[in-house]
Ligand binder design. Structure first.
Ligand SMILES: Cc1ncc(COP(=O)(O)O)c(C=O)c1O
Length: 390
């Protein structure tokens, strides 16, 4: 990977040391240009006219995403965030009286939805414990399968650490049991190779702005062909369905039934560019470089006395840590003053894991392939200096 060239293609690398890639990464120049040039041309042509003129390009975005994850274009819906994508899948399922099996590290918003479903429909959420490495205990998941299970919903990589859950093993259990499997891949799409067939998921939700380096306000949902027919979105407009006369409607046959009519076409076009960019760099190489940099960062932080909180037998680019006696927000603020971007993860982002491990607010430094060892040195030495100064 030509890191120097990739950095030269990233305007943000000139101004910040960016370790907030799990929040929102720095887009490469072609992504910025795709979005801004779309807006400029749209202003001259008219919004609908622009979308019509470049219909093939927008169609291509579905194809690009599909190729990246081993799906068909008809299995992709473009949405405005990972949360909306996840909601559309979750709320399409009839979970009345059913059990939802999930992981300890699931995202806070997912838990809100589980609990809301429990209140509304009498479903039950059961958290499958983790094994000694911190990943979901797949044998325990398997043991809990019975007729009451209506959904397995698991976060591939949590917002609060490097763990990557064994989605393929979860998928094998789900398929054998005939239970729908919803994978929250918000932090892994763009970071590691994803193949929905190998993972055996029925639904996969993702965002554009994190590891894919796409624009904010973008996301997508994958719905497998085998689930499409039985999945009716809870929210349907006249794009997702067609009126037949005035008293009947037909739902679209493809995954676009999960979309709404209105969207930012500029953002969609730029999302397509981001996906093509990631594929050109190579997801295998991206995954290897991110894992390598994150591992270096963990060791360097550990040497300086930081407490690392990441779990998992397999780990990716998210590194969470605390410094004894130093508030995480203070660390973020001090690094920010040096143009080094990190974020703070709150316990409520991963409520079950935080409760179980009694986690405080933690500093999250999430690496991308365009980060360098020199930037890691700078982060670690700045931290050490700030701690000394206190
Ligand atoms: C694991 C996980 N799932 C879902 C989300 C929500 O993504 P979005 O903000 O795009 O809706 C996040 C965001 O940080 C996340 O880390």
């Amino acid at each position: 990977m030509d890191v120097a060239a990739l950095r030269a293609d990233t305007p943000g690398c000139e101004t910040v040391v960016h370790f907030n890639n799990a929040g929102s990464s720095l887009p490469p120049r072609p992504v910025v240009e795709a979005q801004t040039s779309w807006i400029a041309e749209e202003a001259r042509l008219g919004g609908y006219e622009m979308a019509e003129r470049h219909q093939t390009r927008i169609e291509g975005v579905y194809g690009s995403i599909a190729r990246m994850i081993g799906a068909e274009p008809g299995e992709i819906a473009l949405l405005e965030s990972a949360t909306v994508a996840w909601w559309q899948a979750f709320h399409s399922l009839d979970l009345h009286g059913k059990t939802i099996l999930t992981s300890e590290v699931d995202y806070g918003s997912n838990f809100v939805a589980y609990l809301q479903a429990a209140r509304r429909t009498g479903s039950r959420v059961e958290v499958v414990p983790s094994d000694a490495s911190g990943q979901i205990a797949v044998d325990e998941l398997e043991r809990r399968i019975d007729d009451s299970v209506g959904l397995i919903a698991v976060t591939h990589m949590p917002t609060n650490g490097g763990l990557i859950n064994p989605a393929d093993e979860i998928g094998a259990v789900a398929r054998a049991a005939g239970v729908p499997f919803l994978l929250d891949a918000c932090q892994t799409v763009g970071q590691i190779p994803i193949d929905v067939e190998a993972l055996g998921c029925d639904f996969l939700s993702a965002t554009g702005r994190k590891y894919l380096r796409g624009p904010r306000g973008t996301g997508f949902l994958y719905v497998s062909r085998r689930r499409l027919e039985s999945s009716e979105p809870a929210l349907l407009d006249a794009h997702g369905a067609t009126m037949h006369g005035s008293d009947d409607f037909h739902v679209r046959p493809d995954a676009r039934r999960f979309e709404m009519f209105e969207a930012s076409y500029a953002a969609r076009a730029a999302l397509g560019t981001a996906v093509d960019y990631a594929r050109a760099v190579g997801l295998e190489a991206i995954g290897d470089r991110i894992a390598g940099l994150a591992s270096t960062l963990r060791s360097r932080l550990g040497e300086r006395g930081a407490r690392i909180h990441d779990l998992g037998a397999r780990r990716g680019g998210i590194v969470t840590f605390t410094m004894d006696g130093v508030d995480a927000r203070n660390v973020k603020h001090r690094l920010g003053a040096r143009s080094i971007n990190v974020s703070v993860v709150r316990p409520s982002s991963t409520p079950v894991d935080s409760e179980r491990r009694d986690l405080p607010e933690m500093v999250r430094a999430s690496v991308h392939y365009y980060n360098t060892e020199e930037e890691i040195d700078l982060l670690v030495s700045s931290l050490a200096e700030d701690v000394r100064k206190r």
